[in-house]
Ligand binder design. Structure first.
Ligand SMILES: *[C@@H]1O[C@H](CO)[C@@H](O)[C@H](O)[C@H]1NC(C)=O
Ligand SMILES: *[C@@H]1O[C@H](CO)[C@@H](O)[C@H](O)[C@H]1NC(C)=O
Ligand SMILES: *[C@@H]1O[C@H](CO)[C@@H](O)[C@H](O)[C@H]1NC(C)=O
Ligand SMILES: *[C@@H]1O[C@H](CO)[C@@H](O)[C@H](O)[C@H]1NC(C)=O
Length: 357
């Protein structure tokens, strides 16, 4: 009885306020209806009461009344995308069994800002060429862990983050990333990419690029000047073109561990670049420590074939004011004999923790 009175009270309260808050009134009415239905009718396929949802919410999904722009359809064994109400800005379809995205499914949701489709089985041949046509404000697209073999076409130019890792992408088509001037993060790791060519050049805002765990044999032809972090570990890279990293003034973090780099493949001052803060060259085939800039703070060289500890790689000149900023130097798993750190090392590497055993 008390519950009944409470509901009546809520109902009256709600109706009296509905002109001010149309959305909430919808929710309470739907709530009341769903209560009635769940006792009056039997839903043999649904053992729990239906989730509280707005009336325009697809019944497979949940649209929480306190987040009227979000729709949760994740982990529900969905095989197809449900329809999308126009008010939705954040849509979550991850961890289902969706393999197909036909043209038109997102046409109503023109205000979509985040779209999560990761952890499905989406295949490139079943992704419509016009699915993104109306999504002019989409900022984050999550499509990692799917069965994509290429980058979806017609990506919205408003994108800031693009997640495509753990797919089966082997080629980056020449125009697939065209016009994405606001993209700051691109995740392509765990694919089968052999070459990205010049496709990254136009990404004027790109800060973070992850192409680790692919089949790259050569570095991208060019990188955006805005880039700060590049992750290339677990590829098949054996060389870095002369002056390659010199041309990118903002590059701070470079990871190329677990590749096939040799000293012949990294001529002279390849990594002597003043912007670098962290350089990971571990698990390659280097037999000498490459020259690095005095600004470098972290250098990872473990798991190579380095035979000699050369202070000259860090400081060409040592005096009171010139010394290396290096804080961490890892050299374990090389061929350097213990106790052969040269006596002038502490003058140059004043701040470094050297791990070499
Ligand atoms: C778009 O909205 C209309 C009207 O609400 C609806 O009938 C239609 O099914 C929606 N289409 C999609 C693809 O969601
Ligand atoms: C997606 O890939 C997984 C694993 O490779 C496979 O089991 C599944 O059948 C694929 N799905 C489709 C729709 O091709
Ligand atoms: C890129 O970002 C700027 C600043 O947030 C915004 O004004 C502009 O509309 C965005 N470009 C696109 C194509 O959405
Ligand atoms: C790095 O390059 C600068 C000039 O840009 C040079 O003065 C310095 O000696 C080089 N460092 C090493 C370790 O070769």
């Amino acid at each position: 009885m008390k519950i009944f009175l409470f509901l009546v009270y809520i109902y009256l309260w709600d109706v009296s306020w509905c002109q001010y808050d149309e959305y909430d009134s919808h929710w309470w009415l739907t709530y009341l209806h769903s209560q009635q239905y769940s006792y009056g009718q039997s839903y043999d396929y649904e053992p729990f009461p239906a989730p509280v949802s707005a009336s325009d919410c697809p019944r497979e999904c949940e649209c929480p009344p306190n987040y009227p722009t979000a729709m949760y359809c994740d982990a529900r064994n969905l095989k197809y995308l449900p329809y999308m109400p126009a008010r939705i800005k954040y849509a979550y379809f991850q961890n289902n069994h969706i393999s197909e995205i036909p043209d038109g499914v997102f046409d109503n949701a023109t205000g979509l800002v985040w779209l999560a489709l990761h952890g499905n089985q989406i295949i490139s041949d079943k992704v419509g060429r016009k699915i993104f046509l109306k999504l002019r404000v989409l900022e984050r697209l999550y499509m990692q862990n799917n069965n994509l073999t290429r980058i979806p076409s017609g990506l919205p130019r408003s994108l800031k983050e693009l997640h495509l890792s753990s797919n089966q992408i082997s080629r980056v088509q020449s125009n697939s990333l065209e016009g994405l001037e606001n993209l700051t993060a691109l995740y392509l790791h765990e694919n089968q990419i052999q070459d990205v060519g010049g496709t990254l050049k136009g990404l004027k805002s790109l800060v973070h690029l992850d192409i680790s765990n692919n089949h790259l044999r050569k570095l991208p032809d060019s990188l955006p000047n805005s880039l700060e972090q590049i992750y290339l570990e677990y590829n098949h890279l054996s060389n870095v073109p002369v002056e390659y990293f010199k041309t990118y003034p903002n590059l701070q973090y470079v990871r190329i561990s677990h590749n096939r780099l040799t000293n012949d493949g990294i001529p002279g001052n390849t990594f002597n670049t003043s912007s670098l803060v962290e350089l990971d060259l571990s698990f390659n085939q280097l037999n000498r420590i490459p020259p690095v800039n005095t600004n470098l703070q972290h250098l990872y060289l473990q798991g190579n074939r380095i035979e000699e500890f050369s202070v000259k790689s860090f400081c060409t000149l040592v005096d009171i004011s010139t010394f290396s900023q290096l804080q961490i130097l890892r050299l374990e798993g090389n061929k350097i004999k213990p106790n052969v750190i040269p006596p002038d090392t502490p003058l140059c590497l004043r701040k470094a923790d050297i791990i070499h055993m």
